[in-house]
Write a protein that binds this ligand. Structure first.
Ligand SMILES: Cc1cc2nc3c(=O)[nH]c(=O)nc-3n(C[C@H](O)[C@H](O)[C@H](O)COP(=O)(O)O)c2cc1C
Ligand code: SF4
Length: 394
C-alpha cells in the first residue's frame, strides 16, 4: 500500500469547484443521497455517518439553518486540518457550500482554533476571492440559484470547544461548555437553529465525493469504514507529517510507510485515544476496530510509558471544563496516582482503585472529554504491566 504524503494528497488532484458545480445542478435530496451512498463517516473522530447528519438537518423545518466547520483541532498529536486549511481551503469551502445547499442553510461559519490565528488572513482571502467568483454570496451558476456565505470565528484555545455543543456555546459568545444531548445540533444548534457541525476533512472529502462520485470513494477502505483518511503522524518516526491512507490500514503497514518500525507502542486518536502495544500492530484503523480522528503518535523502545500517561493526564486536568465531577476531580486523582507510581509510593490496592475510577469516568462523565480522558491511562496500565508493576510499592 503506497502512502500519500502531504503535497501529494488526493485533495490536490481534484479540479477546482468540480464537486460544487455538480452539486449546484443537483436536487438537495440527490446531494445527500450521494453522500449517504459513499458511506462516509465524519473525519473528526466520533465517526457519525455524514449523510445521516445532513439528512436530519435537511428534514428539520426552520426559517434558518447553519453549517459549521469544526476547525478547532485541539487534540494533541493532530495537525491534519491545519494542512488542509493551508493547502486546500477551497475544497473545504466547496464542501461547506455543498452542505449549505443540501440542508437549506444560507450561512456557514468556520470555527478556527485560537492557535491557528495565523491562518485567518489566508482564509479571509480565499472567502473574498470566492465571493468575487460568484462561489459565495448569491450563487447563480447552478440549476436553482442559492444564497450561501461563510464567515470565520476564532476560538480561544480551549480543547473542550472542539466538542460540537461546547463549540456552539462558544460561537454564541458564552463560556465553552458542553450542552446536554439531546437535543442534538441538527435540531437545536447555533442560536437554537438546526446546525450541522462537521470536521474540516469531512467537508473536503464531501467535495471530492461530489466531484468523483460515491463509487470512487467506496472503492477503498472497509465495509464499515469507506474511503481515504488523513493521518497526523508524529513521535519516533523517520518522517513525521500528514499522510493519506485508505481506511482499514494495519498499524504495521502504516509504521512501515512512515519509518516507525521498531516502535514499542502507538497512541491512536490523540491523548484521548488508545495506546496500542507492538503485539497488537496487526490491528486496523477503522471504525470496526480502532476508530480514530487521525492522530498517530509513535513511541520508540526507550520511551517511558508512565511519563507518557502523566503527560496526557496533565493535559486533561488543564482542559477539563469543570462542569461535572467525574472529569473535574477524576483527572486530578488519576494524575496524582500516576505521580505516586513514579515516586514508588503507589500501592497495588490504590492502583486498582485508580483503574476503577478511570472506568467510572468513562461512563459517568458528561461529555467525550471526561469519557475518553482515562483511555490512555487504562490502556497503558493494561498493556505495559511489567513496566509499571516494578514501580508499585509493597
Ligand atoms: C473534547 C472533544 C474535542 C473535540 N475536538 C474536535 C476537533 O477539534 N475537531 C473536530 O472535528 N471534532 C472534534 N470533536 C468531535 C466533535 O464533537 C464532533 O463530533 C465533530 O466535529 C463532528 O464532525 P464529523 O462528523 O465531521 O467528524 C471533539 C469532541 C470532543 C468530545
Ligand atoms: S466531561 Fe469534563 S469537559 Fe466534559 S462536561 Fe464534564 S467536566 Fe466538562
Amino acid at each position: 500500500m503506497k502512502a500519500k504524503y502531504q503535497g501529494e494528497l488526493t485533495f490536490g488532484m481534484i479540479e477546482p469547484a468540480a464537486g460544487l458545480n455538480r452539486a449546484l445542478d443537483m436536487r438537495r435530496s440527490d446531494i445527500i443521497s450521494e453522500i449517504s451512498k459513499s458511506r462516509m463517516r465524519g473525519r473528526g473522530g466520533a465517526g457519525f455517518p455524514t449523510g445521516t447528519k445532513w439528512n436530519l438537518a435537511a428534514a428539520a423545518i426552520s426559517e434558518r439553518k447553519y453549517v459549521v466547520c469544526n476547525a478547532d483541532e485541539g487534540e494533541p498529536g493532530t495537525f491534519k486540518d491545519r494542512v488542509i486549511l493551508q493547502e486546500y481551503a477551497d475544497l473545504v469551502l466547496d464542501g461547506m457550500t455543498i452542505a449549505g445547499k443540501a440542508i437549506g442553510a444560507e450561512e456557514g461559519i468556520i470555527y478556527l482554533r485560537g492557535e491557528y490565528a495565523y491562518l485567518r488572513s489566508h482564509l479571509e482571502e480565499v472567502v473574498e476571492a470566492r465571493r468575487n467568483k460568484g462561489l459565495l454570496g448569491a450563487i447563480t451558476r447552478g440549476s436553482t440559484p442559492i444564497t450561501f456565505d461563510i464567515r470565520i470565528q476564532m476560538g480561544s484555545g480551549a480543547y473542550v470547544c472542539g466538542e460540537e455543543t461546547a463549540l456552539i456555546e462558544s460561537l454564541e459568545g458564552y463560556r465553552g461548555e458542553p450542552r446536554n444531548r439531546p437535543p442534538y445540533p441538527v435540531d437545536t444548534g447555533f442560536n437554537n437553529f438546526p446546525t450541522i457541525v462537521n470536521n474540516v476533512e469531512t467537508f473536503a472529502w464531501a467535495a471530492c465525493i461530489l466531484a468523483k462520485g460515491a463509487d470512487w470513494f467506496t472503492q477503498v477502505g472497509t465495509d464499515k469504514s469507506t474511503g481515504y483518511k488523513l493521518f497526523s503522524v508524529s513521535g519516533d518516526v523517520e518522517k513525521a507529517g500528514v499522510y493519506e491512507f485508505p481506511m482499514g490500514i494495519t498499524i504495521d503497514d502504516l509504521l512501515k510507510e512512515v519509518g516507525g518500525t521498531g516502535a514499542k507502542a502507538v497512541q491512536i486518536g490523540g491523548a484521548s485515544g488508545h495506546c496500542v502495544p507492538a503485539a497488537d500492530f496487526k490491528r486496523v484503523m477503522a471504525y470496526e476496530d480502532i476508530s480514530t480522528g487521525g492522530s498517530v503518535i509513535v513511541f520508540g523502545p526507550d520511551r517511558d510509558m508512565l511519563s507518557v500517561a502523566c503527560n496526557f493526564l496533565a493535559f486533561f486536568v488543564e482542559e477539563s471544563c469543570g462542569q461535572c465531577t467525574p472529569c473535574r476531580i477524576g483527572n486530578v486523582k488519576l494524575l496524582d496516582g500516576l505521580k505516586k507510581l513514579q515516586a514508588g509510593t503507589c500501592s497495588m490496592t490504590y492502583l486498582k482503585e485508580l483503574i476503577s475510577l478511570g472506568e467510572t469516568m468513562q461512563i459517568a462523565s458528561k461529555c467525550g472529554l471526561g469519557q475518553s480522558s482515562p483511555n490512555a491511562f487504562l490502556s497503558i496500565v493494561k498493556n505495559f504491566k511489567e513496566e509499571l508493576m516494578g514501580r508499585v510499592s509493597e
